[in-house]
Structure formats: structure tokens, C-alpha cells
Design a protein around this ligand. Structure first.
Ligand code: C2O
Ligand code: CU
Ligand code: CU
Length: 517
């Protein structure tokens, strides 16, 4: 009798606790109300345009840039200035710009109180120049990678990649654009930087009551910081004066976690002309461009004289259930930028019907297929290990990578070194926005993507490139792997040991050198 009562009491207690847990989870989810700033942004600040980085040509004919990472403070409209980090300034960095065929050198100097790295996202270059976690720059040091620009015109970007610390470094402001030009494949599109060719580095921020960047992840969140305030090129509530009929907007999602679905408040159509790695073969007319963290899009927008148009992100199609969608910002609407067009507009080039050749990579030439499943903080069940090479690929070969998000939450997939093509999406052909060169793609749950990648050159068995989820909170916690490119007959070597094994949280046990391969 007594025993039965005790069992009953315990059962009731367990039931109450469980119900309480569910209720708490429910409260957490719905207390994180959907954010909507539609119609509520003042658009009172002129949009800042990141300056073009100065450069010089050295005695060997190389184009030389200088970047210094350091601390600063920046006005985000919080009534006081916010402590930030930046390159050559308080927040973000200058736009680097180079021609296809040029040899570039970037002297990266670190004036922060901790080590950082600078990675050239989307760039085809030797792994030792890539700026991943194996190329740390200690406080006070300068790192000077050099490489030849050898890829189509594109909107790339640069940002730190110190293992376990990337989210913090990017969120505090270390990021900039890297625009590549290609005279031989020039297309008549708006191209006057800051006039009708506009870089838009889009980031979401949250602030503490005293105006500092809020770096803590909201309760219940699985993806790190999600902001309620959008900064474009560091400007909160920005407007842009438009003086030409057409504008080229180079959209970069430099947020740490948020996915946007860019469009206009009046749903007007625009032309998507470029994706991560370059221009499309033909413009694609649409009214929305979804960008997950790290992705870029170049769009051409037509305006009428004297009008105001609002660039707005509407709830992005993430393919998630209601709770995960809410927690990932999938219910949010955010006003981004107001375009104010002059009463008289200078003529712009007509939209070309054809842009560039995008030669299709051929499945029949693929040397092998690899499978990548993303789940939790792991890829194929493993977390990042600085000393483990996950894939060894042959130089001058093509591979098919089959990538799936095996979990009902947001992940995306980014590969260093190459621009890839999407062969299939769930067995079908890719939509127009995935028809060009890509280095990062959003992965809705349970959709299988077949990517085709060409590893053209730059064999180096000891220096790995990364592949990872670009939700930086996931990347920092281990959702990353490493591959090396080798010559036929070569084996993967030993990752450069200049890193200091301060590997960040949750990256698993460090393996003993030499015992794991
Ligand atoms: Cu944009 Cu591995 O990074
Ligand atoms: Cu990258
Ligand atoms: Cu992820």
C-alpha cells in the first residue's frame, strides 16, 4: 500500500515535471516572438560605403594591400558608441579589389589582444594562403599570404577563421568584401563602385542596455546570436540616394546565423545576375533571393525617378517545423535599406540577355563520390579535429559530394578553395539561383544535394582546406572538416603545427599525432 502510494507520488511528480518542461520549452519558443521591423525603420542614416582598399604594385609587379585588425568603437545608433573590432578602422574593413591574373599580397597585421586569422572566402588559392585555423596570426604579428587571382569576376569576402572563435571575431566586426574583376569577360552592368555598384554587407545585431554588442545566444537557441537590428555596411537604418536608372547590389550575408530572403517591400522583380563565385550565364528575373550565412548575390534593380523603395527580408523558406523555424529567425521580417531615387536618373546600360559562359562540370568525369551528413555539431558523426584529415583529393580531379542536412534545424555547407556547381537537388535539376558557381549553399532538412567540384591544382599534403557549416556557432563547436589536395601517389601529410591547440570548446579530444592516420 505504502509502496503503491510512493510509486504514484513519484509518477505524478514525474508527469508534472515533464509537463513543466514542455511548458517551459513552449514559453521559451513563443517568448522569442517573431521579429518584424517592417515599416518601423526610420531610414535616417546615409548608407556607409566601405572604402576601396589602397594598394601599390611592388618591384615584382605584385599588388600589395595592408590590413590591420584592431579594436575600435562604432555608432550603431544606440545613443552611445559600441566597442567593436575592425580592419583599418573601427568596424568592418575596406573593400579589396583585384583583376584576374594579378598576383596579390595582403599584409595582415594583428593588433588585437588575441590571435586571429584572415580567410579569403570563395577564393581559389594555395591552402597555406587560405587563412583557415592553421594560419593563426599572433598579437603583434604580420602574415603576408600571396597568390594569383585565377577565377571569374565575383563578389568574395574575407573574415577571421580562428578555430572555436570565428563567431565572436566576425560578430565584433571583422569582415570585408573582396571584389574580383575579369577584363576579358567584361559584361555591361552597372559598375561604378559606390554610385551604381553598391556593396551591401548585411548583419544582424543585438545590443545590451548599455549599448554593447550582445554576444550571448538567446535561451533555447541552437544557432547562436540572432539580432533584432540590421546593420548594412555598419549603418543602422540606412538609406541610399540613387542617381541612375539601375543599380547593382552586391549582397553579402555576413551574419553569423541568420538567413535572409531579400526582396522589395512592393515585391518588384529584379534580375539575379551573380551568385557566390561569379555571374550567371543569363539573368534570372525573380522577386526574392534567399541568402544563408556566407552566401552572396548580385542583383540588378530598376528604379523609377523620385520613388522610395525598401529592400526587405521576408520570412525565409527554411524548410523547418514551426518551433525550429521560430528559433532560427524563420518568422522574421526585417527592413534592410531604403533606396531614394532622384527626380532625374542617369541612363544605365540595358540588361544584357547573356552574361558569361558557365561551363558545366561533367558528372561522367568525376573520379569519386563522397557523402557528407550534417547533424548536431558533426559532419559524418565527427567533430572538427585539427590533426585529422577527413578527405584526400587528387589534384586535377573532379569529385561529386553528396551533402544532406540530416536534422530538423538550419545548416548550410561551405567548401574552401573551389567554386562548385550543384548537379542535383533531391534528384532533380537545380533551380536557376543554384545554376552558377557556388561556394556555400543552404541545406533544408532531408534534401540531398549533389555538388560537383574540380580540384584543379595547388597540391599540398600538409596544408588542409576546410569544409563546414557557415552558421558560425555550429562551425565553432566542431561542425567542420578538413581536406587536402595531393598529387597522384602522394598521401595526406601532417597538418601544419603552428597552431597552438587552443582549439575552442567542444571540439573533442585531441588525437595523438601520428596515431590517427
Ligand atoms: Cu567564410 Cu571557412 O569560411
Ligand atoms: Cu571560406
Ligand atoms: Cu549548422
Amino acid at each position: 500500500m505504502r509502496l503503491l502510494r510512493r510509486v504514484l507520488i513519484i509518477a505524478v511528480a514525474v508527469a508534472v515535471l515533464a509537463a513543466g518542461g514542455v511548458a517551459t520549452a513552449f514559453t521559451v519558443v513563443w517568448s522569442r516572438a517573431a521579429t518584424s521591423t517592417a515599416g518601423k525603420v526610420a531610414f535616417a542614416e546615409p548608407l556607409a560605403i566601405p572604402p576601396l582598399a589602397e594598394s601599390r604594385v611592388d618591384a615584382q609587379g605584385r599588388r600589395v594591400f595592408d590590413l590591420t585588425a584592431g579594436e575600435g568603437s562604432h555608432d550603431f545608433g544606440q545613443g552611445r558608441s559600441t566597442p567593436t573590432w575592425g580592419f583599418n578602422g573601427d568596424y568592418l574593413g575596406p573593400t579589396l579589389r583585384a583583376q584576374r591574373g594579378e598576383q596579390v599580397v595582403v599584409n595582415v597585421h594583428n593588433e588585437l589582444a588575441e590571435k586571429t586569422t584572415v580567410h579569403w572566402h570563395g577564393m581559389h588559392l594555395p591552402a597555406a594562403m587560405d587563412g583557415g585555423p592553421h594560419q593563426p596570426i599572433a598579437t603583434g604579428d604580420t602574415w603576408s599570404p600571396t597568390w594569383r587571382i585565377d577565377q571569374p569576376a565575383a563578389t568574395l569576402w574575407y573574415h577571421p577563421h580562428p578555430h572555436g572563435e570565428t563567431e565572436k571575431h566576425v560578430y565584433r566586426g571583422l569582415a570585408g568584401m573582396f571584389i574580383l574583376d575579369d577584363e576579358a569577360a567584361a559584361v555591361d552592368l552597372p559598375d561604378e563602385y559606390g554610385v551604381d555598384d553598391i556593396p551591401l554587407i548585411v548583419q544582424d545585431k543585438r545590443f545590451t542596455n548599455d549599448g554593447h554588442l550582445n554576444e550571448s545566444s538567446p535561451m533555447g537557441s541552437d544557432i547562436g546570436v540572432l539580432g533584432d537590428t540590421v546593420a548594412v555596411n555598419g549603418t543602422v537604418a540606412p538609406y541610399l540616394d540613387v542617381t541612375t536608372e539601375r543599380l547593382r547590389l552586391r549582397l553579402l550575408n555576413a551574419s553569423t546565423a541568420r538567413t535572409y530572403d531579400f526582396g522589395f517591400a512592393d515585391d518588384r522583380q529584379f534580375a539575379l545576375v551573380g551568385t557566390d563565385g561569379g555571374l550567371l550565364a543569363t539573368p534570372y528575373r525573380t522577386s526574392r533571393a534567399r541568402l544563408s550565412p556566407g552566401e552572396r548575390a548580385e542583383i540588378i534593380v530598376t528604379v523609377r525617378p523620385g520613388e522610395e523603395a525598401v529592400l526587405r527580408s521576408t520570412p525565409p523558406p527554411l524548410g523547418l517545423d514551426a518551433i525550429n523555424r521560430r528559433l532560427s529567425g524563420g518568422d522574421d521580417t526585417l527592413d534592410i535599406l531604403q533606396l531614394r531615387s532622384a527626380d532625374e536618373l542617369a541612363p544605365s546600360p540595358e540588361m544584357p540577355d547573356r552574361l558569361v559562359d558557365v561551363p558545366r562540370l561533367d558528372r561522367a568525369e568525376a573520379a569519386q563520390t563522397r557523402t557528407f551528413r550534417l547533424s548536431g555539431r558533426s559532419i559524418n558523426g565527427q567533430r572538427m579535429d585539427m590533426d585529422r584529415i577527413d578527405a584526400t583529393v587528387l589534384t586535377d580531379s573532379l569529385e561529386i559530394w553528396e551533402v544532406t542536412n540530416a536534422q530538423n534545424t538550419t545548416h548550410n555547407f561551405h567548401v574552401h578553395d573551389v567554386q562548385f556547381q550543384v548537379l542535383t537537388v533531391d534528384g532533380g535539376s537545380p533551380p536557376p539561383e543554384l545554376a552558377g558557381w557556388k561556394d556555400t549553399i543552404y541545406l533544408p532538412p532531408d534534401v540531398r544535394f549533389e555538388l560537383i567540384l574540380r580540384f584543379a591544382d595547388y597540391a599540398d599534403p600538409d596544408a588542409p582546406y576546410m569544409f563546414h557549416c557557415h552558421i558560425l556557432y555550429h562551425e565553432d563547436r566542431g561542425m567542420m572538416g578538413q581536406f587536402v589536395v595531393v598529387e597522384p601517389g602522394q598521401e595526406a601529410g601532417t597538418p601544419d603545427r603552428t597552431h597552438d591547440h587552443d582549439e575552442g570548446p567542444g571540439t573533442g579530444q585531441r588525437t595523438q599525432r601520428g596515431l590517427t592516420r
